[in-house]
Write a new protein. Structure first.
Length: 215
């Protein structure tokens, strides 16, 4: 297991931890190759990194735009490229990319985030096609609102706002009327990444509490 952020597994003494700046291409490549050197082979890759940048299209800061894409799109693609060599060699692999319902629908000011998530969905489909002959399955999970630090924008947690409670909970724009816990997203990831998954590839599983089925 390679963990890029110690905060994701603070009590894990078994997992090598390699902290990198995902916006730096050479660091991403070095991390992947370090992991392969340490473990010999890698059977499972889960890409779960992201950040938020909200800005109207006509006010888009291109430096921040490119930085978000580097972290949320280009780094996962690079990691898929690097680890797929090992997976192909051994004839087995499972790739799961964490995308978002924003790969399917949008909100104002979300150009950078939505482009990254939609792009990662497309990359997942292509990976599934390219790697299928080698026994490697690639899928994605598209969450909706999840109780993580990603919901904090400019120091404010949008999940603890009057706007969120009114629109999504009181008016049931979110049918289950609550946000997801991280483990509720991790559970389907675990299955897609396991040997129990033998025939599902190129798919996006939406885990959003019904958010995307509402008009």
């Amino acid at each position: 297991m390679l963990i890029l952020d110690r905060e994701l597994a603070p009590d894990s003494a078994l997992a090598p931890i390699y902290q990198v700046d995902l916006a730096e291409e050479h660091q991403v490549i070095d991390a992947a190759r370090y992991c392969l050197a340490e473990l010999g082979r890698v059977d499972v890759l889960v890409n779960c990194a992201g950040l938020v940048y909200v800005a109207a299209l006509d006010e888009l800061d291109m430096d921040r735009y490119h930085h978000l894409l580097a972290v949320a799109l280009h780094a996962p693609v690079l990691l898929m490229r690097e680890f797929s060599h090992s997976m192909k060699q051994y004839g087995y692999g499972r790739i799961v990319n964490i995308t978002s319902v924003h790969s399917l629908t949008s909100e104002p000011g979300c150009t950078a985030y939505d482009v990254a998530k939609a792009g990662l969905e497309a990359a997942t489909r292509v990976a599934a096609i390219d790697l299928a002959p080698y026994g490697v399955l690639a899928n994605s999970i598209a969450p909706g609102f999840v109780a993580t630090r990603l919901s904090v924008v400019d120091g404010r947690d949008e999940l603890d706002s009057d706007w969120f409670r009114t629109v999504y909970l009181d008016n049931a724009q979110l049918p289950l009327r609550r946000v997801a816990l991280p483990e509720e997203v991790a559970e389907p990831v675990t299955w897609l990444a396991s040997e129990a998954n033998t025939y599902t590839t190129g798919q996006s599983l939406i885990v959003d509490g019904g958010l995307s089925i509402r008009l």
